[in-house]
Design a protein around this ligand. Structure first.
Ligand code: SF4
Ligand code: SF4
Length: 573
């Protein structure tokens, strides 16, 4: 540790860290638009400048290392003048439509203007024209709101290794663009939404489907049903002023009924089905040593990446649809039969943590006889807007159950929300299928936690199962290249595109604090620890479904409704 002086007070700094890191660690807030925790700083936005004694110019604190005896002023009149001017210049050509903007209230540029007390317009630039790119099913781009911070470029390149965006042109013509400056639907974007999560303004946001839903809710002849992902119930409490970590399912069911949905289902039931089917698929592949390792298929962002860049591994990818699509298919093909409702009169909505689910729902592979499994997808953030729109007081609301025939789900199904959760659930069920005994210890700690790569080996009778879990597609690429290069001790791989899994999906409430991520993980693990039903294969509703409808996992009927195949996808590069 070394000592530096900040605003006339001595503080301790760690050798090797930047001034900004020292300031943040000591609770001194300095604004920045381009810097992100865990990324190499670029010093591009210059908002984090500080005054350092002995230096003539202001210093960007994000890219200047601490040195013994540095004397720093973080909020001197000169520093504030500089930051304020930068924000005023950014505002000078920014559209003046804050009241209508999707990020009104959660915009970092707006916050900066407030914090720096910008109260008058001193500069009037030419306003950038809004030229919305609405071509993709999940994400909208509005370049007029881009402040060129570069965060989206870096997340897409350094976390996802997809590299959809880059800077083009120079000077005041500089912009962010896709390859050949084409629309997003022609690019290699996998719609994970991680760029939305870091964008400080509304230059990137999810495509909203709320207006369409409101119309459908008002059609009398239509039965509008909804399912929600367990990743939604694990994060939404943060936004509704409910204690984080509380089991919110009962409240959420009641909220959704008040909004007007006729039936409410939990997608964790779909996760249970996925685990049951995928465990059978895994054991069959092991039995015949056929295209191992089996690679999970529940993340639609990963599936698009596979179609674009790893199609040679297609035969290794599980044919199981994702939990969203499984519940969607069951609603249109099983629930409709049980309730004697024409599937065409059912409007099936899902609430998911990720814009990639919007893309997935409209894929041709996700239809049966021309009828879509899912008709409309909302993200967690859209659900929050919907709750406010309907004026629902979430406090003191009477809790309700999810609806039959999918009203029971295991805590294993809910683990799907975090990276490692599907793998843990698949091990629990495939162990039972292989040995006819239950695992002694249900909690597989080697697959838990926020690490972006985890591995473990399990003895299942005479099978030695190697399992690897990765999140963030850069990490997936590294593992998949090991497999391409002949690594053969792994039989099952779980891949989630978003770092940490769906809990940090691109449609979740904005979160720039690792403490919140930690508490989201804890909520999911607590649910599993406290739950009475920890194995997907012991779910009574699932057993009934197979007795009445599917017969066995991977039966002809199960294959036609719960499984699918993908095709190679061309992209502009
Ligand atoms: S959605 Fe994901 S893949 Fe697409 S541009 Fe954003 S970060 Fe990249
Ligand atoms: S789109 Fe958003 S994240 Fe990307 S450079 Fe522009 S403001 Fe920054």
């Amino acid at each position: 540790m070394i000592t530096i002086e900040v605003n006339n007070k001595q503080i301790q700094a760690k050798k090797g860290e930047t001034i900004l890191e020292t300031l943040n660690r000591n609770g001194i807030k300095v604004p920045t638009l381009c810097c992100m925790e865990g990324f190499t700083p670029t010093g591009a936005c210059r908002l984090c400048v500080v005054e350092v004694e002995g230096k003539s110019g202001l210093i960007p604190s994000c890219s200047f290392p601490v040195e013994e005896f540095l004397k720093i002023k973080t909020h001197s009149p000169r520093v504030i003048r500089s930051r304020k001017m930068l924000v005023e210049l950014l505002l000078s050509n920014h559209p003046d439509d804050c009241l209508y903007c999707v990020r009104n209230g959660s915009c970092e540029l707006q916050d900066l203007a407030i914090d720096l007390n910008v109260r008058e317009r001193r500069f009037s630039g030419t306003k950038l024209k809004s030229n919305l790119d609405q071509s993709s099913p999940g994400i909208v781009r509005d370049q007029s709101k881009c402040v060129l911070c570069g965060r989206c470029v870096r997340v897409c390149d350094e976390i996802q290794e997809i590299t959809t965006f880059d800077f083009i042109k120079r000077g005041n013509k500089t912009a962010i663009a896709t390859s050949f400056n084409k629309d997003l639907n022609l690019s290699n974007c996998i719609y994970c939404g991680q760029c939305i999560m870091v964008c400080p303004t509304a230059a990137l946001f999810e495509k909203s489907n709320i207006d369409i839903l409101e119309e459908k809710l008002n059609i009398k002849e239509m039965s509008v049903v909804v399912q929600y992902s367990p990743a939604v119930s694990a994060t939404i409490a943060e936004e509704l002023g409910i204690r984080s970590g509380k089991d919110i399912n009962g409240i959420l069911n009641s909220i959704l009924k008040k909004i007007g949905f006729s039936k409410v289902f939990d997608s964790a039931f779909g996760s249970d089905i996925l685990v049951y089917e995928q465990s059978a698929e895994l054991l069959e592949k092991i039995k015949y040593s056929n295209n191992l390792p089996l690679i999970s298929s529940c993340c639609p962002g990963w599936i698009k990446h596979m179609e674009q860049s790893y199609f040679d591994l297609m035969e290794n990818v599980s044919t199981c649809k994702s939990p969203q699509q499984i519940v969607g298919s069951l609603i249109k093909n099983y629930f409709s039969e049980q309730e004697k409702i024409d599937p065409e009169k059912i409007y099936s909505v899902s609430i998911m943590p990720c814009p990639a689910n919007k893309f997935e729902a409209q894929r041709e592979e996700m239809t049966n006889k021309g009828i879509s499994d899912i008709d409309l997808v909302l993200t967690t953030r859209e659900l929050i807007t919907l709750i406010k729109f309907h004026g629902i007081d979430v406090h003191g609301i009477e809790e309700e159950m999810t609806d039959y025939p999918f009203n029971i789900s295991s805590s294993a199904g809910k683990l799907h929300s975090v990276s490692g959760g599907i793998a843990e659930s698949v091990i629990r069920t495939s162990y039972f299928m292989a040995t006819k005994n239950e695992l002694n210890e249900y909690k597989l700690t080697k697959l838990r936690g926020q690490k972006d790569r985890k591995e473990m080996f399990v003895e299942m009778g005479d099978i030695k199962l190697g399992v690897a879990v990765v999140s963030g597609l850069r990490n997936a690429n590294i593992l998949l290249d090991e497999i391409r290069n002949g690594r053969n001790d792994i039989q099952y791989i779980e891949i989630m595109a978003c770092p940490g899994g769906c809990i940090n999906g691109g449609g979740q409430p904005f979160c720039h604090d690792n403490k919140i991520t930690k508490s989201r993980f804890k909520t999911v693990y607590d649910f599993d620890d406290k739950g009475n039903l920890k194995m997907a294969h012991k779910n009574r509703n699932l057993i009934e479904l197979y007795e009445k409808f599917f017969g066995e996992p991977q039966s002809i009927k199960a294959n036609s409704l719960l499984h699918t195949k993908y095709s190679e996808r061309d992209i502009l590069q």
